[in-house]
Design a protein around this ligand. Structure first.
Ligand code: MN
Length: 379
């Protein structure tokens, strides 16, 4: 099989930097869509494609594609643990390896792989998103998912935890088939019919890639857009032709401008903003990260002051919190002016801070009890 490739990564029209990265070398292709603020998201996606590229040269042969992705996960996770300014970074990763008549896919997140075969476009990956889970559980209709405000919340990403579950699949390919990898900057801006139309009409893979980026930008370009188009044709050589690109060479170098001075403090602010905007505006973020790194003091259904891990905001049908410590304190025992705050949930960035707040609430409850008993004689 001979592979002819076109690829393009573009900043889009709304973002200040490009946090996507891609890989297209020999028979190995990948798209990674990083998140976690300017610097961190870029580090995550770039690390993913660099590790996959390096590792692939080490371990040749089929069946290893999942290992490549797991190696990338470990590398990103380690970087994030070692550098506080990179905490919380993560990336999607969709990898395609064409191996004879098989296309193997390893996938985490909501970047996608498609195949156009006999004029039919088929999605080869399943998004790891909140809305796709809700669709599969029958809680959301597929047509609602495409425009759901929380559609970009992903439930799985590289770099967030020490281990990651990687979806593996394979599909037979023949001459004439065309494969596409893309970040959600394409798939969330234009529908599948529009993507299929471009893939069917633009014969040259690089022109197809350019055109796909163009239609995503025409639709608003809300996010970074990255596409890799791979044509399978008859031929002896397994060497691909067409655009040669390494993870370091992106089509839009201007999209890589970024501040190098992100401090830990600034990161914290970004995370706090992300926690809110995840639910409000659907900003890209890793749900698991947010849930694992946030605490709040709230009220249980029984009115007991309780420390939760997670966030008090609610996505219909899904709980983003778990109980960590139930206190002996009832909300009703607190001064009235505090009831609303506790019911709504008071957020902290560590368990210790939440515990301190509970100690403070207990003190306030005690003072309040004394004041009430003493008829306000304390003042
Ligand atoms: Mn994206």
């Amino acid at each position: 099989m001979r592979l002819v490739v076109g690829a393009k990564s573009d900043i889009g029209r709304q973002r200040e930097g490009n946090e996507d990265a891609f890989l297209a070398e020999d028979s190995l292709f990948a798209v990674a869509d990083g998140m976690g603020g300017h610097l961190a998201g870029d580090v995550a996606s770039t690390t993913a494609v660099e590790v996959i590229s390096a590792k692939a040269r080490e371990v040749q042969g089929p069946g290893q594609i999942g290992d490549l992705v797991r190696a990338a996960n470990e590398a990103i996770y380690t970087k994030a643990q070692d550098d506080p300014t990179l905490r919380g970074m993560g990336t999607t990763c969709t990898v395609l390896m064409v191996d004879g008549q098989k296309a193997r896919i390893a996938h985490v997140g909501d970047s996608r792989a498609y195949m156009l075969s006999d004029g039919r476009l088929k999605q080869l990956t399943e998004d790891h998103t909140l809305v796709s889970r809700m669709v599969s559980e029958g809680r959301l209709r597929p047509e609602e998912a495409a425009h759901h405000p929380q559609r970009s919340i992903i439930t799985r990403a590289l770099g967030v935890e020490a281990d990651v579950e990687v979806d593996l699949s394979s599909v037979d390919v023949a001459a004439g088939d065309r494969l596409l990898l893309c970040s959600d900057g394409l798939s969330s801006m234009v529908n599948e019919a529009a993507i299929g139309e471009v893939l069917k009409t633009e014969r040259d893979p690089q022109r197809a890639a350019d055109r796909l980026v163009e239609i995503a930008n025409e639709a608003g370009g809300d996010d970074n857009i990255t596409v890799v188009v791979v044509d399978v044709s008859n031929g002896e050589s397994s060497q691909r032709e067409g655009a040669r690109s390494s993870p370091r060479e992106r089509t839009d170098p201007a999209g890589r401008a970024k501040p190098a001075h992100a401090t830990a403090w600034r990161r914290k602010v970004l995370i706090a903003v992300a926690i809110v905007s995840v639910l409000v505006a659907g900003t890209y973020a890793v749900l698991l990260y947010v849930v694992n790194n946030s605490w709040f003091v709230g009220a249980s259904d029984e009115g007991i002051v309780t420390i939760y891990q997670g966030i008090p905001e609610e996505v219909p049908g899904l709980s983003l919190k778990r109980e960590r410590e139930r206190t002996d304190l009832r909300v009703a025992e607190l001064p009235t002016f505090l009831h609303d705050d506790v019911e709504a949930g008071i957020k902290f960035d560590s368990l210790t801070a939440a515990e301190r707040a509970v100690a403070d609430l207990e003190q306030r409850a005690m003072d309040f009890r004394e004041e009430s008993a003493g008829g306000g004689g304390k003042g």
